[in-house]
Design a protein around this ligand. Sequence first.
Ligand SMILES: Nc1ncnc2c1ncn2[C@@H]1O[C@H](COP(=O)(O)OP(=O)(O)OP(=O)(O)O)[C@@H](O)[C@H]1O
Length: 472
Amino acid sequence: MADGKNDVPDLSSIPVRVLVVDDDESHAQAVAESLERINCECRVAGSGAAGSKMVSGESWDVVVTDLQMDDVDGLEILTQVKEELPDAEVIVLTGHGSITSAVTAMQHGAYTYLTKPLDISELRSAVEKASARLRLIRRNAELRRSLEERFGFEGVIGNSSQMHRIIEILKNVSPTDSTILIQGENGTGKELVAKAIHQNSHRKSKPFVPLNISALPDSILESELFGHEQGAFTGASGRRIGKFEHANGGTLFLDEVGEMPMDTQVKMLRVLEERKITRLGANDELDINVRLVAATNANLKKMVDEGTFREDLYYRLNVVAIDLPPLRERPGDIPLLMEHFLKDLSKRIGKEVEGFSRTARKALLSYHWPGNIRQLRNTIESMLVMDTDGLLDVDGLPADIAPLVAHDDGSSEGDAASGADALIGRPLSEVEKYYIQRALDLTDGNREETARLLGIGERTLYRKIKEYDLRK
Ligand SMILES: Nc1ncnc2c1ncn2[C@@H]1O[C@H](COP(=O)(O)OP(=O)(O)OP(=O)(O)O)[C@@H](O)[C@H]1O
C-alpha cells in the first residue's frame, strides 16, 4: 500500500480558527492578538449575542468565551458550540470567585477553564492542546479520504487494473436509476458493491433492502417479494408488506437471482416492465419506485442457454453488467486488502499489532483464496484473535493456508515446493529473475510491496528490474 504520510497535507501548517467572545471588547482583542502570534486565525465578538451569531454562521476550531456576559452568557455559547460544531473545543474564561460556574461549564463539555486575569502562556498552551485533538481528527479524516480517493469507492477497495475499471463504472452508473447485474463468485464483494451503488445514488436516504433468494423456500419467496393480504394463502393471518414495498424510493438488492423459480421470474419481469406490484391475494396494483440491483454467483447467460433462466428477464436485469473477478485473478489487490482489514479489524477487536511476519505475508499473497475476499477477511480476523505476540505469523494461519508457506530456511512444503524445486539446476540469476517477476505479479507491480516481500531494498529492486528487464 502506498504510504499515506506523503499525500496528506501537514496540518500543523494550517492555522487554528479561534473565536474570542467577551463583552469586554478590548480584553477580547488582547486575547486574539496574543493567539495570533502562535499561528491562530482569530475573530472577536464583543458580546454574547454577537458570539452566538458567529458560531451559527461560521466554522471554528476553538471558541474562547467569557462566562459572565450580560445578554447571552458563556454557558449558552458552550451549549450552542457543542450542538452545532461538535468537533470544536471551548475554553471558558472566568473571574476569581466564580469557580462554581466554571465547574458547571466543564460538566457541559468545556475543554478547560482559565481564570482572569489571564496568564497568556497558559492560554496559548490551552489553545494548542485543544487544537491538537482537532488536528488528529482532521488528519484521520484526510487519511481516510485520500485512501478512499486513491484506492476505493464507498468501502470498495482495490488497486488492480480490474478494480480500477469497476470503480470507474460504479462512479458512472451509481447516480442513475439503471438496473444492475453483479456477477462474481461467493465473497467477491457483490453485496458491498450493491451498497456502494445505493450510497452514491439520490436514493441513499431511502432504504437499501437486501433479499437472498437462495435462503428462501420457493413457497414463501413471492410473498417476501410482493407481500400478501390477509388470507391470501393458508397461514397468511395478516397483511404483510413485501420487500419491494419496503424498498420503495430506495434500492432492492436481490442476491442469488439465478435461484429464482421460473414462475416468479415471469412475475418479476412484469414488475420491471410496469413498475407495479400486486400483493398476493390483492386486486389492486401498487406503483413502486425501486432501483433493482441483482447479483449472482452463477453464469446467468449459460443458464439462459440451458433454458433455466428466462432470456427476457436476463436482458432486463443486465442493463449494466459488473463482473467481479475472483481474488486469485487480481492478486495485486491482496496487499491493500490485507492492510485495510488489519486496520479495520484491529480497531473493531481492540487489538493493536505490529503487522504480518514476512512468511505470513508470503503465504497470504500466494494463496489462491477460493472463498475470495470474505475468506481473506476471516483469515486475518482469526490471526488477530489468536495472536499473542503482536506479530501475525504463520502459526496463526488456518491449516489449509499454512502448508503453502516456503520456509525462510530454504526448505519448502506443499504446492510452493514444486515451483521452487522446478528451478533447481537453473542458474541462480534465472531463479532470482523468476522470483522477482512472481513477486511483482503478485503485488500488481507495487515496488514498495515487492521489495518488502523479497526482503530487499527498493533501490536494489529497481536495479534488478532494469537488469533483468522485468515487467512492472
Ligand atoms: N473490494 C473490497 N474492499 C473491501 N472489502 C471487501 C471488498 N470486497 C468484499 N469485501 C468484504 O468481503 C466480505 C464479503 O463481501 P460480500 O458479502 O459483499 O460478498 P458477496 O460476493 O456478496 O458474497 P456472497 O456471494 O457469499 O453473498 C465483506 O466483509 C465485504 O465487506
